[in-house]
Design a protein around this ligand. Structure first.
Ligand SMILES: Cc1cc2nc3c(=O)[nH]c(=O)nc-3n(C[C@H](O)[C@H](O)[C@H](O)COP(=O)(O)OP(=O)(O)OC[C@H]3O[C@@H](n4cnc5c(N)ncnc54)[C@H](O)[C@@H]3O)c2cc1C
Length: 523
């Protein structure tokens, strides 16, 4: 008998979600994290004496069904809503949209009356599209190449849902999926400031500008996982999400081991039979699930010769090219932002003043350089959660895009750019910085095994989504190696801390005939 039913490699949100569901279904589960801390990209760590920050995410929201199923509130999860988004504009102007749509329309009326009248209708259209995506995200994608009766039924259910919107809305929703976010916003709105802000979630995490086709899909993806404009975090930082998931997994009997070192998957006759750690220790398991992205899994965790050349080629063709840098500033006091209300500092701050400027921020990235006017998002998590810094001191977390992987970027230049950009609005910022942490795409690759430093295990483009993620023919969490599965953001439905890929992967494992686990225990 093997020691474990399932060994999971990696410990980010999807790994821990899969672990919790599988343990709840009665499996003996072991999670192995190679670094010292459970949580992966969802970890919150100390970056300066007494200051803690999220190492990857600046926000994130687990799927509400997972929170309910795993009773994560009982395991300490306390979500914090960031229910405003503020656009910082040239000449120290700015506006703040609240999550409440009528109140937001009222704010827009102040500077763009025609657009105010359309805001509610626009958001309702996005709701319809993300509702459709939500139902596609809640299950493993159908096998498109050789669909079974169940796959065909699943596809028909989606089509039925779409048809239920009525002919006009159905057409609109289908157009959205392939449109550029610029074309979408130009159709709906006139005001450049508003369009810049609304476009930002269409390019977030993507190495494309808003003029690129398919960027509306990236916007819809962020809306579907509840992380587009009105975002969330947790008390204690994003790391509290992984702590709650870890506690739920452990409560169901899963074992978690951090500091395990780099793993390799043991494959015998095309079947995964366990894991070998860098120390030489071997752990036998009936199956192995990798939370790592497809490139890392199929080049570092198993030997490419175990795989067919066609599969290796498909993996080599996955588009990564990460271009987000994260900068955390330890501040000895609160920065003073001009032109916006104090309350707005509790929400998300965005510098994306127009569609053109967002596209120009991307232009240089095509050739490996960084714009002088990058797209920046920032938040001050210590306002809602003072435990992250010493008394009366603060953390400013910054997302800087585009900082392309294919460039030997100087971290000081990136922090300087971020400071320059934000100091336009917060003139005292430079003088209150105690410590700066810069994490670039190359750091994410070296320290966190994220290929080309990509946040989502591969770009969230339509060519890498649904039944094409991570590669055509293997979108259902299975791999060409029997008993080796994937569960991370590299798989459907992609990036973000929703946990849905982990839940779907657990469901797939349990659906396999040989697992003998009841599916009811997973759903
Ligand atoms: C810089 C950055 C910013 C992000 N911002 C957001 C956001 O704002 N909102 C959102 O919803 N999602 C965001 N994401 C994406 C989100 O973190 C992942 O999609 C989510 O964590 C999915 O987790 P996963 O289980 O698929 O594994 P991944 O997070 O893809 O990680 C795979 C494995 O790599 C290793 N690993 C990854 N990161 C680290 C790390 N920091 N330290 C040590 N090991 C690591 C772990 O072993 C982990 O199991 C961001 C990711 C990064 C890297």
């Amino acid at each position: 008998m093997t020691a474990y039913d399932t060994v999971i490699l990696g410990s980010s949100a999807n790994a821990l979600t899969a672990a919790a569901y599988l343990a709840r279904a009665g499996q003996r589960v072991l999670v192995l994290e190679q670094s010292a801390q459970i949580g992966g990209a969802t970890a919150t760590g100390e970056f300066a004496d007494g200051f803690r920050a999220d190492m990857g995410l600046i926000s994130g929201r687990l799927d509400p069904g997972i929170v309910r199923d795993l009773r994560l509130h009982d395991h300490g999860l306390e979500p914090i809503e960031r229910d405003t988004i503020t656009s910082l504009l040239p000449d120290r102007r700015g506006f703040t949209l609240p999550a409440d749509r009528e109140a937001a329309a009222e704010v827009i009326r102040g500077f763009a009356p025609n657009d105010a009248a359309r805001y509610g209708q626009f958001m309702r259209l996005l709701d319809l599209a993300s509702d459709l995506l939500g139902s596609a995200y809640a299950a493993p994608p159908p096998q498109a190449q050789h669909p079974s009766a169940a796959d065909a039924a699943q596809m028909m259910a989606l089509v039925g849902r779409l048809r239920g919107y009525g002919r006009r809305q159905m057409t609109e929703v289908m157009r959205l999926l392939v449109m550029s976010v610029r074309d979408l916003l130009d159709e709906w709105f006139e005001n450049a400031d508003l369009k810049g802000l609304l476009a930002s979630a269409g390019v977030r995490g993507l190495t494309q500008g808003p003029f690129a086709g398919g960027t509306t899909f990236n916007l819809l993806h962020h809306l579907t996982i509840g992380d587009a404009y009105f975002r969330a975090t947790a008390s204690g930082g994003i790391g509290a999400i992984s702590r709650a998931l870890a506690a739920a997994a452990q409560a169901h009997g899963a074992e978690l081991r951090a500091g395990a070192g780099a793993p390799r998957v043991i494959v015998a006759d095309g079947i995964a039979t366990g894991v070998q750690l860098a120390s030489g220790e071997t752990i036998a398991s009936a199956r192995v699930i990798s939370d790592y992205d497809a490139r890392h899994t199929f080049t570092q965790l198993v030997d490419p010769p175990e795989l067919e050349p066609e599969f290796n080629r498909a993996v080599a063709n996955i588009r990564y090219n990460g271009s987000v840098a994260r900068i955390n500033l330890a501040l000895h006091e609160l920065p003073h932002f001009t032109g916006i209300a104090d309350d707005a500092l509790r929400g998300t701050l965005v510098i994306a003043p127009s569609l053109t400027q967002l596209e120009q921020a991307f232009d240089g990235a095509k050739y490996g350089s960084v714009s002088d006017q990058p797209y920046v998002e920032a938040c001050i998590p210590t306002l809602a959660d003072p435990t992250l810094a010493p008394a009366d001191q603060h953390v400013l977390s910054i997302w800087l895009q585009y900082a392309p992987y294919r460039n030997n970027l100087d971290p000081r230049r990136l922090s300087e750019l971020a400071l320059e950009r934000l100091s336009e609005f917060a003139p005292n910022l430079r003088s209150i910085v105690l410590h700066t942490q810069v994490i670039m795409p190359r750091d994410f690759e070296e320290r966190c095994q994220l290929s080309e430093g990509h946040l989502y295990g591969g770009d969230m483009t339509l060519s890498q989504a649904f039944f094409l993620r991570p590669v055509p023919g293997f979108a259902q969490y299975r791999t060409p190696i029997e008993q080796l599965y994937l569960c991370g953001a590299a798989t459907h439905p992609g990036g973000g801390v929703s946990g849905l890929a982990g839940k779907n992967a657990a469901y797939t494992v349990c659906s396999s005939q040989e697992s003998g686990i009841s599916i009811q225990n997973v759903q």
